[in-house]
Design a binder for this molecule. Structure first.
Ligand SMILES: Cc1cc2nc3c(=O)[nH]c(=O)nc-3n(C[C@H](O)[C@H](O)[C@H](O)COP(=O)(O)OP(=O)(O)OC[C@H]3O[C@@H](n4cnc5c(N)ncnc54)[C@H](O)[C@@H]3O)c2cc1C
Ligand code: SF4
Length: 317
């Protein structure tokens, strides 16, 4: 691991300013992704700003009837919060489908949103990778791409955003709250938070330099039935090949977002609107323009089948 310096910030604005003024600085939360990447020297921060003292771990109601989840709330605390379990079941289900109990005890809201792709070539410093080293090429194109993306990808990168929690947040229309180094706050709709790769796959979100996530706000509850179905190669401790987060109302209308297929939680308004016509129509609308590889072509029917399974469960209940 490369040497680095370390500090514990006392306020969110101080943390943001510390990262902004130090070239190569990064925030550290639970460390479950960042430290692994540092050990492999894929991430080489010169300075770490620890955010554990910022009191960003609270989960509290908003004046608009929703819920605000602190950036430093652990995945375990969020998934087990009685208000989340009662009103935002899709979020509890998505979180507990991820990683392991030990990891969820350390992993935080913000760190989970910002976890990096699991493309095998990204983790192999001997192989070209535009995301790790801009302009070096993409080893997955023409290489091993079973896990990788089928929609929203580019000629520069076909990796996916790998997490589970964000799919649920996308279905719930959550907003990511931030503070910048000048102390200015802003609220980013989760659909605008992660970027498509385009020609710059190393830039993964619309956060600015030094901008600290302080929390995620969920709007008032949607009601309906909540589902998170994750299809993976192993029953636990594995990332999604395809996952479906859905909220379905008694009349068959609803909304869904799919993971494991794109650079961001993939939700399309026309696909939500097609849900009453069935899984085939909804999946076709969701995957319009998909560009699968030979290795991951199976994900196209898998999206439809996973959605069909969720819709059948909703009907049977
Ligand atoms: C073996 C293994 C299996 C896993 N399986 C799954 C899985 O199935 N599903 C899943 O969803 N996840 C899985 N994960 C990933 C895990 O959920 C993430 O590592 C975790 O959520 C990251 O959170 P963290 O707080 O530890 O982030 P950190 O590692 O501390 O940080 C991650 C990134 O976020 C940045 N950051 C952290 N907090 C802030 C903030 N407040 N503002 C701005 N930037 C910030 C850091 O600078 C860093 O770039 C797995 C991880 C491991 C190691
Ligand atoms: S798909 Fe993206 S992360 Fe994977 S090798 Fe290509 S550029 Fe790198």
């Amino acid at each position: 691991m490369k040497p680095f310096t370390y500090e514990r910030a006392k306020t969110p604005a101080e943390a943001a300013a510390a990262v902004a003024r130090t070239p190569g600085a990064k925030f550290i939360a639970g460390g479950t992704n960042l430290l692994d990447l540092m050990k492999l020297e894929i991430e080489t921060p010169t300075h770490l700003v620890d955010i554990q003292d910022l009191k960003l771990d609270r989960i509290e109601p908003t004046s608009g009837g929703g819920l605000r989840i602190g950036a430093f709330a652990t995945n375990t605390a969020t998934a087990s919060d009685p208000r989340v379990r009662r009103d935002y079941g899709v979020l509890t289900r998505a979180i507990v489908a991820g990683a392991s109990g030990q990891l969820r005890n350390k992993a935080t809201t913000a760190g989970n949103l910002l976890q990096r792709t699991r493309c095998p070539y990204f983790y192999d410093p001997n192989m070209p990778c535009n995301k790790r080293k801009p302009g070096s090429g993409c080893s997955a194109l023409g290489g091993y791409s079973r896990q990788l993306g089928i929609v929203g990808t580019s000629d520069a990168c076909i990796a996916t955003y790998p997490g589970d929690m964000a799919q649920a947040m996308r279905v719930l229309d959550a907003s990511v709250e931030t503070v910048d180094p000048q102390g200015q706050t802003r609220s980013i709709p989760i659909g605008d938070f992660h970027r498509l790769w385009g020609d710059t796959p190393h830039i993964e979100t619309n956060l600015r330099r030094g901008e600290l996530i302080t929390g995620v706000t969920l709007p008032r509850p949607l009601g309906g039935q909540h589902f998170y179905q994750k299809v993976r190669d192993r029953a636990s401790y594995a990332y999604a090949l395809v996952s479906v987060a859905a909220v379905i109302q008694p009349d068959g209308s609803g909304r869904f977002a799919v993971g494991g297929i794109a650079p961001k939680p993939w939700r399309v308004a026309a696909a939500d609107a097609a849900m009453p016509q069935g899984a085939k129509a909804a999946a076709a609308a969701l995957l319009a323009g998909a560009r699968p590889t030979e290795d991951n072509r199976f994900k196209v029917p898998l999206v439809e089948r996973t959605l069909a399974a969720v819709m059948a469960e909703a009907k049977a209940a």
